[in-house]
Design a protein around this ligand. Structure first.
Ligand code: BTN
Length: 320
């Protein structure tokens, strides 16, 4: 753990922390501790100092800094290592770029992206500090490339459960991986991977959760985009992010331990696309059908005119 992280954790744990205690615990001089305090203040931490009592944390910045996110998190893999950026092109692009050097479960998080990417080459828009934008690097050694949809499913289940548990609102998963509240998309998942023949080298799952945007923050063509603050009164980015990481860690562990069936049945239960009339493109031709089932391999089985069943593995559907 970095020194700054250790200092913040000490300040979060106790009301006053003496400079001597921190210096002894961390093997630093008192001047070095003071220098860290100065730079933490520059990062936005409000730290009071008193010659007799030492230091007291009076306020934290609103950023998703690793030292705040990791305090008491207790995860096995997801979020044990975290890389934070104030601004980056895309956390997915960055995580894919450096994935070889990262351990399983490392999180790349940003306050803002200026080239955020969605599925099907779409843009993912963000305003600084109004959403949660991060990517998780996963390196399981037994998953085949054809099973990549399983990553998206455990992530969709984790996100939905956190939102339901922490806000009490009804959340739907729209196939394959969009998280909706009422008719608004509040979160999206972009799963990318590097694979060779039948082996996955690493998977990067990018997650964007819209927290506090108003409808003006989304471009005109994103009519279905919404944010959680449109549905719930007070919602804290840091709290939600920590809960999401814990939940991802929990379900990733289940996944690694061969319990994907439980994840799939939860996903199917939360996915409201079954029974809906949908429009999609088949070899570039628009087709309308009724969703008959969602299959174990992640495919959507759609009954089209004449009663034929069409299986969709990727792409986009419009619910009519
Ligand atoms: C979608 O619904 O189309 C997927 C959106 C995924 C957006 C997230 S934000 C963090 C990560 N970085 C990106 O560039 N994209 C994903």
């Amino acid at each position: 753990m970095l020194t700054k992280q250790k200092i913040i954790h000490s300040l979060l744990a106790e009301s006053w922390v003496s400079g001597v205690d921190v210096a002894t615990r961390l093997g630093l001089s008192r001047t070095a501790v003071w220098n860290h305090i100065v730079s933490l203040r520059e990062k936005g931490y409000a730290i009071k100092s008193d010659p007799k009592r030492g230091y007291k944390l009076q306020g934290v910045p609103s950023s998703l800094y690793p030292e705040l996110v990791s305090y008491g998190l207790g995860v096995k893999r997801i979020g044990r290592q975290m890389i934070h950026h104030d601004l980056i092109g895309s956390t997915n692009t960055e995580a894919m770029r450096i994935a070889l050097d990262l351990s399983d479960g490392t999180v790349v998080v940003a306050e803002q992206q200026d080239h955020g990417r969605g599925r099907l080459n779409r843009k993912w828009e963000s305003v600084s500090g109004k959403s949660i934008l991060f990517s998780v690097v996963l390196k399981p050694d037994f998953v085949r490339p054809v099973e990549a949809y399983k990553f998206t499913m455990f992530v969709a289940v984790s996100l939905s459960e956190v939102l339901i548990e922490s806000t009490g609102i009804d959340v739907d998963i729209k196939w394959p991986n969009d998280i909706y509240v009422k008719d608004k998309k509040v979160a999206g998942i972009l799963t990318e991977m590097s694979a060779e023949a039948d082996t996955i080298k690493h998977v990067v799952v990018g997650i964007g959760i819209n927290m506090d945007q108003s409808s003006n923050d989304f471009s005109g063509d994103l009519k279905n985009a919404g944010s959680l603050s449109m549905f719930v009164q007070s919602i804290d980015r840091l709290v939600i992010f920590r809960q999401v990481l814990s939940k991802l860690d929990f379900y990733y562990d289940k996944f690694l331990n061969g319990n994907f069936d439980t994840i799939f049945s939860k996903w199917k239960h939360m996915c409201t696309t079954k029974g809906k009339t949908v429009r999609f493109k088949l070899k570039n031709v628009p087709v309308v059908g009724v969703v008959d089932d969602i299959l174990e391999d992640g495919a959507l089985s759609v009954k089209v005119g004449g009663g034929d069943l069409v299986k969709l593995y990727s792409g986009d559907i419009t619910i009519l």
